[in-house]
Write a protein that binds this ligand. Structure first.
Ligand SMILES: Nc1nc2c(c(=O)[nH]1)N(C=O)[C@@H](CNc1ccc(C(=O)N[C@@H](CCC(=O)O)C(=O)O)cc1)CN2
Ligand SMILES: Nc1ncnc2c1ncn2[C@@H]1O[C@H](COP(=O)(O)OP(=O)(O)OP(=O)(O)O)[C@@H](O)[C@H]1O
Length: 176
């Protein structure tokens, strides 16, 4: 399933990617004074940086950092153009800045289904991280091509209450 989702994600064109970015911003544009975790995209992931750049005028933006195998992610301050270096798994991470507890987390993903179940790269990093966050707005960000029929669910999987793609903003559960 991961391979199929990644192949489908790679085939998505510029227009759909731009539309997804616009939808993400539309979902989050009312936020003020929040700490928002975005991410620095790898491979063909949907790119949230346009929204992050605009949202940082009125909010604090941070991005995930892997601090150990089996550990939750930590989130470090990010601003447009800040110093970054390659971290674990080839993801860029800020080289300095404060560590934050986010109020909002934009979650990258490999695949998703109509119930908000999420397939990641398989490290369990977001599952472990989201399990430890309460009162947090969790928004999955993806492209329609990444949608799958119902995914198998494991006890540690954390479903996404919201998913944004180029075709809309989907509330998938009642935890909204
Ligand atoms: N942009 C982004 N940042 C993120 C994640 C993510 O999924 N996306 N993570 C989510 O947990 C964490 C990093 N964990 C990761 C774990 C495994 C792989 C991985 O297996 N990558 C593939 C190739 C990726 C590609 O080029 O598309 C590999 O190394 O073979 C990537 C990230 C934190 N930061
Ligand atoms: N809260 C948790 N506590 C302990 N182990 C966990 C937790 N969440 C997930 N795991 C473990 O992490 C491993 C990978 O999980 P899974 O395959 O769901 O990752 P993923 O969601 O695809 O990846 P990621 O979240 O990194 O994008 C599994 O062995 C799972 O049991």
């Amino acid at each position: 399933m991961r391979k199929a989702c990644l192949a489908a994600r790679e085939g998505v064109g510029r227009e759909a990617r731009a539309a997804a970015a616009t939808r993400l911003f539309a979902r989050l544009c009312a936020l003020r004074g929040k700490t928002i975790a975005g991410y620095l995209p790898i491979g063909s992931e949907a790119d949230p940086r346009g929204a992050m750049r605009v949202l940082c005028a009125d909010n604090r933006i941070c991005v995930p950092v892997v601090t150990g195998r089996g550990a939750p992610l930590r989130f470090r301050d990010w601003t447009p153009g800040c110093a970054v270096a390659p971290g674990d798994f080839g993801v860029m991470v800020p080289t300095e800045g404060g560590w934050r507890m986010p109020d909002v987390v934009i979650v990258p993903l490999v695949g998703f289904d109509g119930r908000g179940n999420r397939l990641g790269y398989g490290g369990g990093f977001y599952d472990r991280t989201l399990a430890g966050l309460t009162d947090t707005l969790i928004v999955g960000f993806a492209l329609d091509a990444q949608r799958l029929p119902d995914l198998p669910v494991e006890p540690t999987d954390v479903a996404l209450p919201w998913i944004v793609t180029e075709s809309g903003v989907f509330g998938t559960g009642d935890a909204v």
